[in-house]
Design a protein around this ligand. Structure first.
Ligand SMILES: NC(=O)C1=CN([C@@H]2O[C@H](COP(=O)(O)OP(=O)(O)OC[C@H]3O[C@@H](n4cnc5c(N)ncnc54)[C@H](O)[C@@H]3O)[C@@H](O)[C@H]2O)C=CC1
Ligand SMILES: O=C([O-])CC(=O)C(=O)O
Length: 265
């Protein structure tokens, strides 16, 4: 891309994250990018062009995924093979070893991941370059109703949603966490990608009826030092599963990936 040229952006998905991301790009708030259109499952009354993925790939330089792990699974390889770059927010899809291996080989488009709801990933990734992490734990606390999953029994869901006190819903590996809670624990995958080792990251998930804010606490110990990041996000007004800051994280990631101006890396 010539310096100063604007890259054409397609936004995949138009829910809590995608709607804000599309509106901000359309309003000219992302340096180096213009909104070419949105890729939806069903047409909606929106002030932007709506196109199929095939049309988007003819016209866009970058696709921003805001649609969920399944959408990444369905479309990512085709996007990268068509030569468009892809920014992914549903990072947990990388927990699938076979799919992740396919994505690593796909190109010439470049694959980016957004930091999403959590922070400290820059320091963890810097530390991982210095030496290995020996232990990383992420503890997430969310409202019970946001954590019910299709694979849970009715009894499990009822117990989850009726508990008056915090309940541990999951304790185990980051890989399994990102797959069992695909709309709630993408953050576990983001931490695993930052430290460059899925096997060292463990996850605790708590359903807490008093969790007005969504909490993620990341504790890590390794060659570079010991770290503790405590994050308490306001949930999105449009989707209580998602932290409200996530679309803004996507916009920050997008602007960084476009590289039209300098700034904090
Ligand atoms: N990395 C992180 O920190 C976070 C990641 N996420 C990821 O972002 C995803 C989206 O979150 P929200 O916007 O809050 O969800 P949402 O449910 O509000 O919106 C998702 C939208 O994507 C659309 N969609 C799904 N599949 C599609 C497809 N194949 N093509 C076009 N549109 C499609 C849906 O119709 C819906 O409108 C989550 O499922 C999760 O995977 C969410 C929160 C934090
Ligand atoms: O938004 C959040 O706080 C985290 C989330 O849903 C995810 O990682 O999928």
């Amino acid at each position: 891309m010539a310096r100063g040229a604007e890259r054409r952006i397609g936004v995949l998905g138009h829910g809590a994250i995608g709607s804000l991301v599309a509106a901000q790009i359309a309003a000219g708030h992302v340096a180096g990018g213009v909104l070419e259109g949105v890729i939806l499952r069903r047409r909606q009354d929106l002030p932007y062009e709506q196109f199929s993925l095939d049309e988007a790939l003819e016209r866009c330089d970058m696709i921003v995924e805001c649609a969920g792990q399944q959408a990444v699974r369905e479309h990512a390889v085709r996007i990268l093979e068509a030569g468009a770059d892809l920014l992914v927010i549903s990072v947990g899809v990388m927990a699938d070893r076979e799919f992740a291996a396919r994505l690593e080989l796909a190109g010439p488009g470049r694959l980016y991941f957004s930091s999403g709801a959590v922070g400290g990933l820059d320091l963890l990734a810097s530390g991982a370059r210095m030496g290995a992490f020996s232990e990383v734990v992420i503890t997430t606390r969310k409202l019970p109703a946001t954590l019910a999953q299709p694979w849970m029994s009715q009894a499990q869901r009822t117990e989850l949603e009726s508990s008056a006190a915090p309940v541990e819903v999951y304790s185990g590996s980051a890989r399994q966490a990102a797959q069992q809670f695909p709309k709630s624990l993408n953050v576990a995958a983001a931490v695993a990608l930052a430290v460059g080792n899925w096997d060292v990251v463990s996850v605790r998930l708590l359903a807490d009826p008093d969790a007005a804010l969504t909490e993620h606490v990341i504790e890590a110990r390794g060659a570079s030092g010991e770290y503790s990041f405590s994050i308490r996000n306001q949930p999105s007004a449009h989707n209580p599963r998602t932290s409200g800051v996530v679309p803004w994280a996507v916009l920050r990631s997008l602007e960084t990936a476009l590289g039209a101006r300098g700034g904090l890396l």
